[in-house]
Design a protein around this ligand. Structure first.
Ligand code: AHM
Ligand code: MG
Length: 333
């Protein structure tokens, strides 16, 4: 039962027994993400004070400008996970290839792999707009004891055992699921503790917000264009409100609380859209579905897609169930 002012630490311990395999390993893993997130939060918050923002001069594997805080967040999460010896592998949006991690006594006995986008929406940092961290956890499919392999990372999203995000916003929140609903914890920065502030988060079945980069409108498929026009029509509870931060975690977090749809469709400029299946879409899809929403590529469930490469991209539509269904209806025509 939820108690008032329950901390994340208490919640993790209390709910450990609900995991299918409750060896405590997953709890320790989530604990280390919680720790790294606090450090990243500290860095993000002081970004305006120290000369830490701005392009780092390198580009990441997708050829985009990488910013200093991306690099820092990436290092911090990887370091924490390696030091705690609780995963067998890590894949990150900021790394070309996956990282093999050795466990205690240099063995390969650990069971979990973590995939993450250490700092999503980082182009927003310079302008003091919310950014986020996204993580996704799977059990390895290759036998423990051997080094982790690519196939351990290329699992469809429905195999996730946990997923979550941290939103560095007006307050910092950690929202995650282990397949038993979604819970949100807010950081009290004065004492460095996360408290359960949003128990059992639920996506409203329908909503009145649509979130899409309309600057790409001309390049969208006809079905998407028609759905956007539908959102803007004067009828019933429409027109809907347009809200787009350009920071995936923030846009979805808001829509989960208020009701809405987030879209990053394919376009004539980018045939699979922009977002990455493994680091962004699958973890967000798991959370969205666990909160009663829906996530699709416009035609099929995101979490049923069999990944073929680490950095693959996929069109993404997620949010209130009825709204995503409506968008799919327009696309199927
Ligand atoms: P990033 O991983 O390089 O930060 O890109 C992902 C971000 C999402 O947070 C956001 O929803 C989207 O890119 C915005 O893209 P655009 O500027 O094309 O609308
Ligand atoms: Mg990203």
């Amino acid at each position: 039962m939820t108690q008032p002012h329950q901390t994340l630490g208490e919640y993790i311990i209390e709910n450990q027994k609900t995991f299918q395999y409750s060896s405590g390993e997953l709890s320790r893993l989530i604990n280390s993400i919680r720790l790294a997130a606090k450090v990243v939060n500290h860095e993000v918050n002081k970004a305006g004070l120290v000369d830490i923002t701005g392009a780092y001069g390198e580009t990441n594997v997708q050829g985009e400008d990488q910013q200093k805080l991306d690099v820092l967040a990436n290092e911090l999460f990887i370091e924490t996970l390696i030091n705690r010896e609780i995963v067998c592998g890590i894949a990150s949006e900021e790394e070309d290839d996956f990282i093999t991690v050795k466990g205690h006594n240099e063995n390969h006995d650990n069971k979990y792999v973590v995939l993450m986008d250490p700092l999503d929406g980082s182009s927003n940092i310079d302008v003091n707009v919310s950014v986020g961290t996204i993580f996704s956890i799977y059990r390895r499919i290759t036998p423990a004891g051997e080094p982790v392999q690519l196939k351990d990372f290329l699992q469809p999203g429905h195999q996730q055992v946990a997923a979550g995000y941290i939103i560095y916003g007006t307050s910092t929140m950690l929202v995650y699921t282990t397949g038993h609903g979604v819970n949100g914890f807010t950081l009290n920065p004065a004492i460095g503790t996360y408290y359960l502030s949003h128990p059992n988060m639920q996506f409203p079945e329908s909503g009145r917000i649509y979130s899409v980069n309309e600057g790409n409108y001309i390049h969208f498929p006809i079905g998407v264009k028609k759905y956007i026009k539908y959102c803007q029509e004067e009828e019933g509870d429409r027109p809907y409100t347009s809200r787009y931060i350009g920071s995936l975690v923030s846009d979805i977090h808001r829509n989960m609380i208020k009701g809405g749809i987030y879209m990053y469709p394919k376009s004539s400029k980018a045939e699979n859209g922009k977002l990455r299946l493994l680091y962004e879409c699958n973890p967000m899809a798991f959370i969205v579905e666990q909160a009663g929403g829906k996530a699709s590529d416009g035609f099929q469930r995101i979490m049923d897609i069999q990944p073929t490469e680490l950095h693959e991209r996929v069109p993404f539509f997620c949010g209130s169930k009825k709204m995503v269904e409506k968008a799919e209806e327009f696309m199927s025509k």
